[in-house]
Design a binder for this molecule. Structure first.
Ligand code: NAD
Length: 554
């Protein structure tokens, strides 16, 4: 791989406040959010430029990182920087409405879109894996996923005919950057949960950050704790150190009364899933020594892991794939029944996508948590009728520990997001907020992704794999005035399995920002409604008619 001059003690932290060194807030915000992605409080492995999701990186190398930062500081307000898989490759004269940065990460031509080919190119220093918000500089730590996970578990409770998860026990795996949101999401829904991770340091980190109540290496003790919590209707999260491919079958064998089963180990990348028989310490070296052999072993372990999940379903538990491609990998590992349980999107999320609802998020460049609390109040006032939103804002205000720049996430839909953006821009203009706000979203959104094992699984018209939609989404956001736009391949579910786009737009309090925000934050979720109208979803068609979305052939 590329030589690096990186000093392992280097710590990245974004500047705070309303003084900028870049020539526009668009460039300053992109720079701060890149740095924020690599803040040790935010990134899982900042020394390797890895933000989250296995190997999702913010920049290709430390040299590329330094060059991006330097270029953003020099960038004129009518110029656009192009980033190719984490490396700054060109600056072009555009205009003020154009994005300051355009990013393409990990894209490969169809027949070449495989992990071995990707890794070959990565080893040559030609590519990096951008995941979703890692390479597009809008990862905000575990909170980013917390709200979506909270909503998913709330939907699971409803599907079981319950008001909350009180009195239920959930089993899951993977306490990493995203998966680490699961224990808190379950306890916020009043349930008990056991979470398995091979890496003790990940469980310890979740306890430190208040996402997990406790952990142990003693499986018996863990089982006793969570079963008692289930019986007492107590909200409790317990981590257990172990390999999910061994612990899941063991829990099944012992007949532990588990109601809900899912998993968020990094199964999308077989090298980021630890096979049985390899220790955490040997992990990196073993994977590097023989990636093909390691892949085979990890798929075999995933087959054991998923077979146990299928058996829990046979026994009456609610079981779902939580967007990590584990069914597909387990199938390759020999588990023929892997696809007998559904993905979480068709099971719980799609009705929201039909309204263009998805993970809207923002971060305060001031660095002051009070700015986020002020935006929380503004959102609550803007949407007085939305009870679930109010409950979330209240719980988030109490229990979310900010990582890096203070940030917030909530799900808003078409004809809602722009109201929030305009309000925040006014608050920046009036001085109510101390510095600009950056407004973005996950690539996991209503109109921005093609991912047949996740967001577009089981589309009504069979259009799961059509990737024209995220390309149109990125082009439209570029045309609408976003501050930076990204187009990635392989995020969430791995190379060859998804194409997706992101946008981030800055509220700097200017009139120009208001015009851009109104267009971007209307059009971006509008593509979500459009995509579901086209696929034949009646609710999306009603939303389009009621809210005046112009769909020529509806
Ligand atoms: P991560 O790499 O930060 O964490 C993965 C964790 O899994 C690590 O802590 C690792 O130690 C653990 N692990 C690996 N193999 C294991 C095994 N055999 N047994 C037990 N633990 C094991 O990744 P992340 O950011 O938390 O993402 C996890 C997965 O979820 C990825 O596949 C990602 O693409 C997917 N994801 C899903 C969503 C969603 O909305 N559903 C969103 C983002 C990411």
């Amino acid at each position: 791989s590329e030589p690096t001059l990186h000093d392992p003690n280097r710590k990245i932290r974004a500047a705070r406040g309303n003084q900028r060194t870049a020539k526009s807030w668009g460039a300053e915000a992109a720079k701060r959010m890149l740095m924020n992605n690599l803040d040790p409080e935010v990134a899982e492995h900042p020394e390797d430029l890895v933000v989250y999701g296995g190997t999702g990186k913010a920049a290709r190398s430390w040299e590329a990182y330094d060059a991006i930062v330097r270029t953003l500081d020099e960038l004129e307000p009518d110029e656009t920087l192009l980033v190719q898989s984490g490396k700054p490759v060109g600056v072009f004269r555009t205009h003020e409405w154009a994005p300051r940065v355009l990013i393409a990460n990990s894209n490969l031509v169809g027949d070449w879109a495989t992990w071995p080919e990707f890794r070959r190119l990565e080893a040559l220093g030609l590519m990096m894996y951008g995941q979703m918000t890692a390479g597009s500089w809008i990862y905000i730590g575990t909170q980013g996923i917390l709200q979506g996970t909270y909503e998913t578990f709330a939907a699971v409770a409803r599907s079981l005919g319950r008001e909350s998860l009180k009195g239920t026990l959930t089993l899951t795996g993977g306490a990493g950057g995203m998966g680490g949101a699961q224990p808190l999401a379950v306890t916020l829904n009043e349930g008990a949960v056991l979470i398995v991770d091979v890496d003790e340091s990940r469980l310890a980190r979740r306890v430190d950050h208040g996402y997990l109540d406790e952990y142990t290496a003693d499986l018996d003790a863990a089982i006793d704790r969570v079963v008692a919590a289930k019986q007492n209707g107590e909200a409790l999260s317990v981590g257990v150190v172990g390999n999910a491919a061994e612990v899941f079958p063991e829990l099944l064998r012992r007949g532990v009364p588990i109601d809900i089963v899912t998993d968020q180990t990094s199964a999308h990348d077989p090298l980021a899933y630890l096979p049985v028989g390899v220790s955490v310490d040997e992990w990196k070296a073993e994977a590097a020594r023989d990636p093909e052999g390691f892949t085979e072993r990890s798929r075999e372990s995933m087959a054991a892991h998923v077979s146990a999940m299928v058996a829990f379903q046979d026994g009456g538990a609610a079981v779902f794939d939580y967007g990590n491609s584990i069914r597909a990998e387990a199938k390759l590992g020999g588990c023929d029944r892997a696809f007998e349980f559904p993905g979480f999107v068709p099971a719980y999320i799609r009705p929201q996508f039909e309204e263009g609802r998805g993970p809207f998020r923002w971060a305060a460049l001031s660095g002051d948590p009070e700015d986020i609390y002020a935006t929380d109040r503004a959102i609550a006032e803007l949407f007085p009728e939305d009870k679930a939103l109010h409950r979330w804002l209240e719980k988030a205000g109490e229990s979310v520990h900010f990582e890096g720049l203070p940030a917030r996430i909530c799900w808003l839909g078409y004809q809602e997001r722009h109201l929030a953006g305009l309000k925040f821009n006014e608050m920046v203009a009036s001085g109510e907020l101390k510095a600009p706000i950056v407004i973005g979203r996950d690539h996991l959104d209503a109109g921005s992704v093609a991912s047949p094992y996740r967001e577009t699984e089981a589309m009504r018209d069979g259009s799961d794999a059509i990737a024209d939609w995220p390309l149109l989404n990125a082009l439209l956001n570029t045309a609408s005035g976003a501050s930076w736009v990204s187009l990635h391949h392989g995020g969430g579910v791995g190379i060859g399995r998804s194409i997706h786009a992101g946008q981030v737009t800055v509220a700097d309090g200017s009139e120009l920002a208001a015009q851009k925000l109104e267009r971007v934050l209307t059009n971006d979720p509008g593509t979500g409604v459009m995509r579901h109208v086209d696929a034949g979803y009646e609710h999306a068609q009603d939303v389009a008619r009621e809210r005046g979305l112009n769909i020529p052939m509806l």
